[in-house]
Ligand binder design. Structure first.
Ligand code: ATP
Length: 319
């Protein structure tokens, strides 16, 4: 029987992690379980930074950005000896189940722990929306809203100077943030893995816009793909538009979670707690077609994220 449940947050922080933590703790207490938090992700787990919490711990955190139990990256967690040490520590603390909130890297860590006899459940928390076993991850909607706020502001200054703004957004290898932002902002172009740069097409469009005396152009670029400063230089030389770059960076991670992320966190977390208490084996939770679903963790880590159906075609149609 599961008596003690611990929760950690891992990988990049995402708005809504605290809302998820809140519901995990409250749902666990509701089922009569003893609830623990682990500070600093897998690093804190290996160091035994584990503390029992009560309902008061969850007060006023539903709207707080970041993660109050902090996150960390521990590359050594790929090493089976480190995973074994973590499993032993959980045993020492008599923790019967571990819930991890994070992205696909966090899920791999959880899966390793499950192979060392720990009962685990993963909750998808990452702004990148790159987890295969869910349509949406906690933090994505808030990060998208933040990007849109920034782009709206950039449009004002861009338009005042007749500039082309290249705006780099996060997403790791997933273009969801870039494509959704491009759609929401009516951007002139988006460059991401799913929608690669077509240089000549872009230049000719910008030349045409310049000839029509358009006030500004917005191009959303996903991180890790190309050097946006070099592209901006080329645009300035080839099209007549003065191009400027903005890297939004970690700004995208911050801020209060939007209502959508708070609700998503709550629905997924309640199911995660139920699963570790009532079901055998280790799982992850996710949202498919607006329904909460769960998968065996080993099956889940093999699933590839598919970007929103039809989004690329829609972006092309509107350009
Ligand atoms: P985000 O993509 O939002 O940053 P994430 O969970 O994918 O979230 P990662 O840095 O990839 O972030 O992973 C978080 C942690 O998970 C790593 O620091 C490491 O401790 C653990 N981890 C990652 N990959 C593995 C793996 N293959 N095996 C075991 N543990 C892993």
């Amino acid at each position: 029987m599961v008596r003690r449940i611990a929760i950690l947050t891992s990988g990049g922080d995402a708005p809504g992690m605290n809302a998820a933590l809140r519901v995990c703790i409250r749902a666990g207490l509701h089922y009569g379980k003893e609830m623990y938090v682990i500070y600093d992700g897998y690093r804190g787990l290996v160091e035994g930074n584990i503390h029992q919490v009560n309902k008061e711990f969850t007060q006023d955190i539903i709207n707080r950005g970041g993660t109050i139990i902090r996150s960390a990256r521990l590359p050594e967690f790929k090493n089976p000896e480190v995973v074994q040490k973590a499993a032993d520590i959980l045993k020492d603390f008599e923790i019967d189940a571990l819930i991890g909130i994070g992205g696909d890297g966090t899920y791999k860590g959880l899966e390793s722990l499950s192979k060392h006899g720990v009962k685990v459940c993963g909750i998808p928390g990452t702004i990148d929306n790159d987890v295969g076993s869910t349509d949406e991850t906690i933090g994505f909607a808030t990060a998208l809203n933040t990007i849109c706020e920034c782009v709206d502001k950039l449009k004002d200054t861009s338009g005042s100077h007749q500039r082309c703004s290249l705006i780099e957004v996060m997403g790791r290898d997933c273009g969801d943030l870039a494509m959704h932002a491009a759609l929401a902002e009516g951007a002139e172009d988006v460059i991401c893995v799913e929608h690669p740069l077509k240089e000549e097409k872009l230049f000719s469009k910008l030349r045409k816009m310049k000839a029509q005396n358009k006030s500004h152009a917005i191009i959303i670029v996903s991180e890790n793909l190309l050097n946006i400063n070099e592209l901006a230089e080329k645009i300035s030389k080839e099209t007549g538009f003065e191009a400027r770059t903005e890297v939004l960076g970690r700004l995208q991670r911050g801020g209060e979670p939007c209502a959508h992320d708070r609700i998503l966190s709550s629905r997924l977390s309640a199911e995660a707690v139920r699963l570790v208490i009532e079901e055998e084996g280790s799982h992850v939770v996710g949202m498919k077609n607006n329904t909460v679903v769960s998968y065996d963790i080993t099956e889940a880590v093999k699933m590839k994220h598919e970007h929103t159906h039809g989004l690329r075609a829609l972006i092309d149609m509107l350009q």
